[in-house]
Design a protein around this ligand. Structure first.
Ligand SMILES: Cc1cc2nc3c(=O)[nH]c(=O)nc-3n(C[C@H](O)[C@H](O)[C@H](O)COP(=O)(O)OP(=O)(O)OC[C@H]3O[C@@H](n4cnc5c(N)ncnc54)[C@H](O)[C@@H]3O)c2cc1C
Length: 291
């Protein structure tokens, strides 16, 4: 199928893109890599009179490391993130998540900003942003603002971005010390969206006790989520005493809106989610004590 007709705009600056969004309001949509938007337009699940192409705005692309954080421009494509030595070293969870997104040709076009703004509850990057307490910068004609990842994902394919805002960059804190990061997911075929998945970032102190542990869940509700009660319960525990299978079950025990479809019931997905938490926690702890 073909999309309904639209007027194509290619602004030369992010500010011009934001002005176009303000001018055309609900009739306009930003397009970046097009890997989610184009299928929706082609299938006529969505239609817009104006498409504002931000893919070639160089100001929105690139990876920069400052003291304590790494910023990734919204139009940086997923393949570039997967190849980045800076990301591998400073934000290893983002690096590990990247090969799980679709297939390589999709990652050469798909952008981090598109993935996070699209906010599929089963997508990897939104879960990584939430797990690492990333900060998201939004630009509109009236200026810039920062949104915490914990406040960004508001519902199914919905975010705190206003219709007149563009996501410009995502900033990840760099974890230091005895740290480990892991992502585990289950999908029916390689490259498919996950049926259930988990991200873990853990920091261990010199006595092999958990100092900090962030657990993100994806594919298990309308938005990516944190298992905050389980995270808190782990702080101060000796890693030798941790029962990862029990922790996995605890992390998913409070979930109330697990999706059910022809691929799996809510109960099945919940069990898979528990296993993914246990696997990711095991890998992250192994990495932390190897440091
Ligand atoms: C076959 C296939 C398999 C896939 N598998 C996976 C997978 O396993 N995991 C996964 O996470 N993804 C998967 N994807 C989706 C892919 O990762 C997309 O790249 C991503 O979801 C959207 O990025 P994009 O740059 O292509 O965004 P686009 O498709 O261009 O845009 C998506 C949405 O985000 C908005 N948007 C884009 N950029 C911005 C911005 N900077 N500011 C504000 N709004 C913006 C657009 O307006 C649109 O609503 C798959 C896609 C395909 C086609």
């Amino acid at each position: 199928m073909k999309p309904s007709s639209f007027e194509y705009h290619r602004p030369t600056t992010p500010e011009e893109a934001a002005e176009l969004l303000t001018r055309f309001g609900d009739d306009a949509k930003v397009i970046a890599g097009g890997q989610s938007l184009m299928p929706m337009l082609n299938l006529r699940l969505a239609a817009f009179e104006h498409l504002i192409d931000i893919a070639r705005l160089t100001e929105l692309s690139g990876i920069t490391q400052d003291s304590g954080s790494v910023s990734v421009g919204a139009t940086t494509n997923q393949a570039t993130i997967g190849r980045s030595a800076t990301i591998r070293r400073a934000v290893p969870l983002l690096s590990k998540a990247t090969p799980l997104i679709g297939h390589f040709p999709i990652r050469t076009r798909g952008t981090i900003g598109g993935s996070v703004a699209h906010a599929d509850a089963a997508a990897e990057y939104p879960a990584v942003a939430l797990t690492l307490d990333a900060e998201l910068e939004a630009l509109s004609a009236s200026g810039r603002r920062t949104i915490q990842a914990a406040e960004f994902f508001t519902g199914i394919w919905s975010t705190a971005l206003r219709d007149d805002e563009i996501l410009t960059r995502i900033t990840f804190p760099v974890w230091e010390g005895r740290i480990g990061h892991a992502i585990a997911e289950f999908s029916r075929r390689k490259g498919d969206f996950a049926m259930a998945g988990a991200c873990v970032a853990v920091k261990v102190d010199e006595n092999a006790r958990v100092e900090k542990c962030n657990i993100g869940l994806f594919g298990l509700g309308p938005v990516p989520m944190r298992a905050t009660a389980t995270e808190r319960s782990l702080v101060g525990c000796s890693i030798d005493a941790l029962e990862v299978r029990e922790i996995g079950h605890a992390a998913v025990s409070d979930l109330r809106s697990v999706p059910a479809d022809l691929h799996g019931s809510a109960a099945y997905r919940t069990r898979v989610g528990a296993t993914m938490v246990a696997r990711a926690l095991t890998s992250a702890l192994e990495e932390a004590i190897d440091d």
